[in-house]
Ligand binder design. Structure first.
Ligand code: ATP
Ligand code: MG
Length: 683
């Protein structure tokens, strides 16, 4: 007998339901859900997908664009679960059919490979991550002699930032320089030739950088015939976190669905935090007016995530923004616990407090997974990580140093990438220099001699000597794909291990990473898929050197605020809620940048369901910018929580000051030491 139909719409509120039930055919008009944090936007999107499928839409013809791969798989899981409830066991299969769910970049890479032949692109292209791109930029910079010409020419990373901004904002170079990099205005002409040479280098190497995935995609769909072709593959296109898309992404959507039919976007303008990647809230604000008739707008104001005191405090913080966000969220989740502002002496005290509280929470029955520690910048969690390891608290860190950033992992990947695409010069350059006696000059010479030829027939560099035959054999092996994937990666490791031992003293721990890489590789159908997906969404660094905690193990989440977007935890700790960290660079910040920092704090606060701690070390260590170097600075409470909204918080101190005998030991017991302040005034 067919399972009793489940009314999956019953749990939705009126606004959510209107969004979910907004037309189900491919011809339905555009829809915008613009609503505050925790109001169920993502949940509504998941229900809408289920509703579309339940109403007969083909899941393979649904394109779902999310902010991270994690968000995409979370969405697929939700859809599967719901679909299974609604449609019985077959529903789960329908969820799996949702094969076009992912980030803009990942979907772009896939579409570009599929349509490569139509646009003059070699489909074996490899993808440069940020570091590879900077390396290539550097190579080109040297070739043009720009680094020598002027000592103050922008660094490779600044060059890449500028380039990226121009591409993503679809703006003129001069305009970008004027608004965001005024100190580089004098170099405009040289930058222009640099970027032109950089583009040429990418074409010659058959590589795309992250920005290219969007840029090529947008140019591809600017061709009406291809746009119609790709647009017709999808009946529905749905986008989460639309406030953080940039103009390039908006232009892609509009090219795919020029009349907005089948288009649904959701987002929150108060949570826009990616303007440094040229994201613009204009996208979400201008969305309805792009179409005629204009898009239907649904707003939601009930928050299902946080308690009323947490929400009050978050509303107070965002209420001080210079821009008026009209939403005022409410909830029926009452609580007597106010969010806490915790004053601690320094970062060690902060780590001590947070670790202690986390363990107390666990004692009281809250799993580690239900708790998270958020911070502005990845290195802010350093002292805490040490403390967590000391106390044996397992954790996973998001948005920080990636597993893939480790030199030995990059070496392995470079070998595979070079095998995939022998024209990838950055990869070849790295790989050749693994050989003892081969430096940049001879590596470059080998690459020049090779052109696009077979690596196996490369001339041996003069000093590679005895190591060359084994290397030539390996590359020959890879090029002719003698061993199937993923066995191939085992061959690479065997070749690489002696070099690893030669180069690194801690080869044993590094070897464990390589084994882990091999395990990850086994999960992918081909070398190409492995390289693409790993580059676009790398796994996170973990506390456990032997690998990520297994699925059912309990672990704490550490995350940058940027990477915490869309998520929620019972208990949230925000590190360094002080001026100098939040906002990051007080002196240099433009008003617009300050506003973005305020929204960042708002995003952090609205991740908490039941309990929220904002930490305020009186002293913190800063990795100095602008040649100030690393140093301790004395800090004040973040300016985003001025005295007039302090009433929304409870203030505590850690450790509580004790009236011990005066003397040198006294300093260790007080969270606030005004002596430090006195010194700090003159730093
Ligand atoms: P963010 O702006 O942070 O991305 P969001 O608007 O996407 O938040 P969701 O993550 O979808 O919000 O939902 C927040 C929480 O509220 C989730 O735990 C979700 O399950 C719950 N929720 C959403 N809608 C309802 C509802 N109608 N009834 C009960 N719980 C709900
Ligand atoms: Mg969401």
């Amino acid at each position: 007998a067919p399972a009793e139909p489940v009314d999956y719409l019953a749990t939705l509120n009126e606004g959510q339901r209107r969004a979910v039930e907004h037309g189900v055919g491919a011809g339905c008009g555009p829809l915008l859900v613009i609503a505050g944090a925790g109001s169920g936007k993502t949940n509504t999107l998941a229900h809408r997908v289920v509703h579309l499928i339940a109403s007969g839409a083909d899941p393979r013809r649904i394109l779902l664009l999310t902010f991270s791969r994690r968000a995409a798989s979370e969405m697929i899981r939700r859809v599967e679960r719901l679909a299974a409830r609604v449609m019985g066991p077959n529903g789960a299969v329908l969820g799996e059919g949702l094969s076009w769910a992912g980030t803009f970049h990942a979907v772009g890479a896939r579409l570009l490979r599929e349509h490569a032949f139509q646009i003059g692109l070699d489909p074996t292209f490899t993808i440069h991550d940020r570091e590879d791109a900077a390396d290539l930029m550097n190579l080109v910079r040297h070739e043009l002699g720009l680094s020598k010409k002027e000592t103050r020419f922008p660094t490779k990373n600044t060059c890449l930032d500028i380039y990226s901004r121009v591409v993503n904002a679809q703006d003129e170079l001069e305009a970008v320089l004027k608004s965001a990099f005024p100190w580089c205005l004098g170099a405009a002409e040289d930058l222009r030739s640099l970027f032109s040479a950089y583009v040429e280098a990418k074409l010659g190497n058959n590589v795309l950088d992250y920005d290219d995935l969007l840029l090529w995609w947008s140019h591809m769909v600017a061709e009406p015939m291809i746009a119609a072709d790709i647009g017709a593959r999808f009946d529905h296109v749905l986008v989460d976190e639309y406030q953080d898309t940039n103009r390039l992404q908006a232009s892609i959507l509009l090219a795919l669905k020029p009349d907005g039919r089948g288009l649904t976007v959701v987002g929150d303008d108060a949570q826009s935090i990616y303007s440094f990647r040229a994201a613009t809230i204009r996208n979400i604000l201008d969305f309805p007016g792009h179409f005629s008739p204009p898009a239907e707008i649904v707003t939601l104001d009930r928050n299902y995530r946080s308690t009323q005191p947490i929400l009050n405090a978050a509303n107070a913080v965002i209420g001080l923004a210079s821009e008026r966000f009209t939403k005022n969220l409410w909830t029926d989740r009452q609580s007597s616990e106010l969010p806490q502002l915790v004053t601690v002496k320094d970062e060690a005290g902060q780590a001590d407090f947070v670790a202690t509280r986390i363990l107390e929470n666990r004692e009281a029955g809250m799993t580690l997974k239900a708790q998270a520690v958020l911070f502005r910048t990845s290195h802010h969690s350093g002292p805490l990580e040490v403390e967590l390891v000391r106390r044996n608290i397992p954790f996973v860190k998001f948005g920080g140093l990636k597993f893939l950033d480790a030199a030995h992992v990059k070496d392995m990947l470079a070998i595979l990438r070079w095998a995939q695409n022998p024209r990838d010069r950055v990869a070849g350059f790295r790989v050749l220099q693994l050989l003892p006696g081969v430096g940049p000059t001879s590596a470059a010479r080998v690459l020049d001699a090779a052109g696009t030829g077979d690596i196996a027939e490369l001339p041996a560099p003069p000093r590679a000597g005895a190591d060359w035959p084994a290397f030539a054999e390996l590359t020959g092996h890879l090029r002719s794909a003698l061993s199937p994937w993923p066995a191939e990666i085992g061959h690479v490791r065997q070749w690489y291990e002696p070099h690893l031992e030669r180069m690194h003293e801690d080869a044993v721990t590094r070897r464990a990473d390589l084994l882990q890489l091999e395990q990850i590789a086994a999960g992918y159908a081909s070398r190409e898929r492995f390289l693409t997906e790993l580059t676009l969404d790398p796994p996170s660094a973990t506390s456990d050197e032997a690998g990520a905690p297994t699925r059912d193990e309990d672990y704490l989440i550490l995350s940058t605020i940027h990477s915490s977007k869309g998520q929620e935890w019972k208990s949230v700790f925000v590190l360094n809620a002080v001026d100098g960290c939040m906002p990051a660079d007080v002196a240099a910040g433009s008003p617009a940048e300050l506003e973005e920092e305020r929204r960042l704090l708002y995003v952090a606060m609205t991740r908490a369901k039941d309990s929220l701690h904002l930490m305020m070390p009186q002293r913190f260590f800063t990795h100095g910018q602008h040649a100030q170097g690393d140093r301790h600075v004395y800090a004040n409470r973040t300016r985003f929580i001025p005295a007039r909204i302090l009433g929304f918080f409870e203030q505590t101190m850690w450790p509580m000051a004790t009236a011990s005998a005066p003397g040198p030991a006294w300093r260790g017991t007080a969270a606030i030491d005004l002596k430090d302040r006195m010194r700090g005034m003159w730093r």
